[in-house]
Each structure stands twice: as structure tokens, then as C-alpha cells.
Design a protein around this ligand. Structure first.
Ligand code: AMP
Ligand code: GLY
Length: 420
């Protein structure tokens, strides 16, 4: 098959890497890609939010299958347009991607089927939101409705922070139609559950745990994720079964019943307390960097599963699990998650022993004059697999230490929760 992957991060590098291992892949193009992706596949400079341009590109390049990585093209309906053009697509319609794009929409769906999640209320008026917060007290969670690139959630430990959060949302994300969702603060341990859904069948493909804070010991500001590992021990088989039965299958059935069946990967963020999972959020895509550890564990079969999902064949699909662990360390440019310093040279990458159990996925790099240059906040995802989590961790950090990049940093404690 001739395959096109949309996106430019470590997630897409990992998807490309796994896809290339599968003999079904004849030609792979990634748009727009990055320097690491360009080392293994053709990259095309394409505006992936412009569905018409993507469809035209597919015709010109005899593309048969499009895998959509990030949420932005999904939310704007790129999958819909490509399907209308007769292409096979992995990724939900804009209507189904609302599960990520609108917090209030997801809460409504949960309520409709009784799926466990935080109690909530929605407001389009700042004054009413403030009054509600005063009746509920802190801690409390304030969320901007709509995609906010991870910046629209305020976990407020005090009333002052909560009230300031409402003000920030109505000014920063404001304008007519601004909406805020206010939620009960849930306690427990967070983990991510990834399933493929073909409109009907739900197939679990792995669990992971992310590290959202920038600093060791989960300190400092939130980020897009500083590292991840799979599997997540807290997401036991019993918890997974419960999440499927009480949250995921009922909400997917409700999406189908409403005439907007979900097709693609569904990433359920769960809060687990006393063995009971509750939904924090849905995402309509693979997590980044969670995808990197999932791809490392699934290998070549990842593409078969993604392909079966897009063709509605998940009922006959099976995941072959190895009893292994994978871990990824994010290397970020100094300044991240504020303003990252771009343009520094990254050395030592060529000498790394990359293999089926050790890969440096690129998240934000460009190649210039034969050198790899940092070009984003999160820049590299140093990923390794092992028989144990400890082995995966040691392998990953051995590679981190061999990378010569003084202007970059990483957390040194990825995996701590599962290792202590
Ligand atoms: P979200 O973008 O909805 O995933 O929220 C970002 C992060 O905020 C989550 O990963 C949680 O750590 C935290 N969070 C969101 N909602 C809640 C909640 N209701 N209770 C506690 N923590 C939450
Ligand atoms: N790593 C979190 C996310 O992809 O949303």
C-alpha cells in the first residue's frame, strides 16, 4: 500500500517506524514530518489542516491510506473530506472527534450512558461560573471548552486560583461562545488506556502512564508530557475490563446510536481509585509520547491493527502481546514549557545503537548542513524496550547520556511510580 501519515512529532515518527516494519507498506510519505522522520521516509511539505490540499496530494501520489496523527486536522474534518474523496482513513470524523474537541460534549455523552466521571456543570457566563465555584469550594477543576493545546485546564487547589482560572478562560479563550466546564476534583492515580474502535468493535491495544510536570518528582508547570511507559501497572486487567464495560463501550455505543460512530484510536484518560476507573477525558488520537512506547511494544502488527480498524475489521483482529515493557524519555529544549530555545545542535545521535528495542524518535528537529537542530519544545523521545521496566529505563537513559546536547534537558525519574 501507499500510505500517508499526517503530523510532525514523535508520535508520527513512531507510527512511521512501526508502519515501515510491516510488509504491507510499499511507499510511505509523512507530511510534514521532521528530520528524524526524513531519515526513514519521504517527507512532504503540506498544510495538513487543508483537507483539499491533502486530498489532491493523495491523488497525485497514488496514496491509498491516510493515518492522521494529531487532533487539529481531525477536529476540522480532514478525515471526513478524505473519506468523501474515496480514501481509506484512520481517524475519526469531526463529529466523533468532538469527544476530544469539546469537554462538555463528552460530559453529556457520559451522563447519557451513566459512565463514571467527575460531577460537572457548564457555564457561558463568568458571573454564574464564579457563583457556582463558591458553592462547591476547592479543590476544583476549571476547563475551557474546546481544543486548547493542553493549556485550557486549571486544577485549582484554592478558591482564589479557581476564580482566577474562570477569569483567564473568559479573557484568554473568550469572545462570544466561550464556555467553561467546572468539575469535581478527582483523586487517585491517572493512567491512559488506548483502544481502537471501528465504529462498532472496541479493541484494547495498550496502557501507559505519562509524566505531565516538567520537573523531577512531578514538580513545576504542566507540559505535553515529559516521558511515558507501558504497561501502566495501575491499569490491571480488572480495571481495564471495568473501564471497557462502564465507560468505553457504552460511550462508543452512544456515539453510534447518535449517528456519529467513532473510528480510530480512542485514548481514555482515567483516574483510578480503589480499583474503580473514572473518565478524566477522551482524546481522539494517540497520546504523545504514549504512542512511542505503544509502537515500540506492538512493532509491525501496529499497522495491521490500524489498517483493520480503518476497514472495519476489528472483530476479527487480535493483538499479540509480548510480556515486555517500554519507556520513553522526552528531551526538551531549555525554556520548555515556556519559550524553548531553538536552533541548538544535537550531537551523538549517529553513534546510538538503534534497533527494534531502542529508538530515538524525533519530535521537534530539522536537518541543516548535515546536522540535527532543535526546532521545538519537546525535541527527542529516547525510547527503549526491555523484559522489565527497569531494563527499558536503563537502556533509555544510557542513550540519553550518549546524546550530546547541552541546550536540552530531561527528567531523570521517568517510570518512578512503577519502579518504587
Ligand atoms: P485534561 O486536559 O482534561 O486531561 O486535563 C489535564 C489534566 O488535569 C489531567 O491529566 C489531570 O491530571 C487533571 N485533571 C483534569 N480533570 C480533573 C479532575 N476532574 N480531577 C482531577 N484532576 C483532573
Ligand atoms: N501526553 C499527553 C497527550 O498526548 O495528550
Amino acid at each position: 500500500m501507499n500510505i500517508l501519515i499526517l503530523g510532525s512529532g514523535g508520535r508520527e515518527h513512531a507510527l512511521a517506524w512501526a508502519t515501515l516494519q510491516n510488509p504491507k507498506c510499499d511507499k510511505l510519505i509523512v507530511a510534514p514530518g521532521n528530520a528524524g522522520i526524513a531519515a526513514i521516509a519521504e517527507c512532504a511539505d503540506l498544510n495538513i489542516l487543508n483537507a483539499g490540499a491533502v486530498a489532491e496530494f493523495c491523488t497525485e501520489n497514488a496514496i491509498e491510506f491516510v493515518i492522521i496523527g494529531p487532533e487539529a486536522p481531525l477536529a476540522t474534518g480532514v478525515a471526513d473530506r478524505l473519506r468523501e474523496a474515496g480514501l481509506l482513513v484512520f481517524g475519526p470524523s469531526a463529529a466523533a472527534a468532538r469527544l476530544e474537541a469539546s469537554k462538555a460534549f463528552t460530559k453529556d455523552i457520559c451522563d447519557a450512558v451513566g459512565a463514571p466521571t467527575a460531577a460537572w456543570a457548564r457555564f457561558t457566563d463568568a458571573e454564574a461560573a464564579r457563583a457556582y465555584i463558591l458553592t462547591q469550594g476547592a479543590p476544583i477543576v476549571i476547563k475551557a471548552d474546546g481544543l486548547a493545546a493542553g493549556k485550557g485546564v486549571i486544577v485549582a487547589m484554592s478558591l482564589d486560583d479557581a476564580l482566577a482560572g474562570v477569569d483567564a478562560i473568559f479573557t484568554d479563550f473568550g469572545g462570544p461562545g466561550a464556555e467553561v466546564v467546572i468539575e469535581e476534583f478527582m483523586t487517585g492515580e491517572e493512567a491512559s488506556f488506548f483502544v481502537l474502535v471501528d465504529g462498532d468493535t472496541v479493541l484494547p491495544i495498550g496502557t501507559a502512564q505519562d509524566h505531565k510536570r516538567v520537573g523531577d518528582g512531578d514538580t513545576g508547570p504542566n507540559t505535553g508530557g515529559m516521558g511515558a511507559y507501558s504497561p501502566a501497572p495501575v491499569l490491571t486487567d480488572a480495571v481495564a475490563t471495568r473501564a471497557l464495560d462502564t465507560i468505553i463501550r457504552p460511550t462508543m455505543a452512544e456515539m453510534a446510536r447518535r449517528g456519529t460512530p467513532y473510528q480510530g484510536v480512542l485514548y481514555a484518560g482515567l483516574m483510578i481509585a480503589d480499583g474503580i476507573p473514572r473518565l478524566v477525558e477522551y482524546n481522539a488520537r494517540f497520546g504523545d509520547p504514549e504512542c512511542q512506547v505503544l509502537m515500540m511494544r506492538l512493532g509491525a502488527q501496529a499497522f495491521d491493527l490500524i489498517h483493520a480498524c480503518a476497514e472495519g475489521r476489528l472483530a476479527g483482529a487480535q493483538v499479540t502481546w509480548a510480556d515486555d515493557h517500554a519507556l520513553t524519555v522526552v528531551m526538551a529544549a531549555d525554556g520548555y514549557p515556556g519559550t524553548p530555545r531553538k536552533g541548538s545542535v544535537i550531537g551523538g545521535l549517529d553513534a546510538l545503537p538503534e534497533s527494534s528495542h531502542a529508538m530515538v524518535f524525533h519530535a521537534g528537529t530539522v536537518a541543516q548542513d548535515g546536522q540535527i537542530i532543535a526546532n521545538g519544545g519537546r525535541v527527542l523521545n529516547v525510547t527503549a524496550r526491555g523484559a522489565t521496566l527497569r531494563e527499558a529505563r536503563d537502556r533509555a537513559y544510557t542513550m540519553v547520556d550518549a546524546i550530546d546536547w547541552p541546550e536540552g534537558f530531561c527528567r531523570r525519574d521517568i517510570g518512578w511510580r512503577a519502579l518504587t
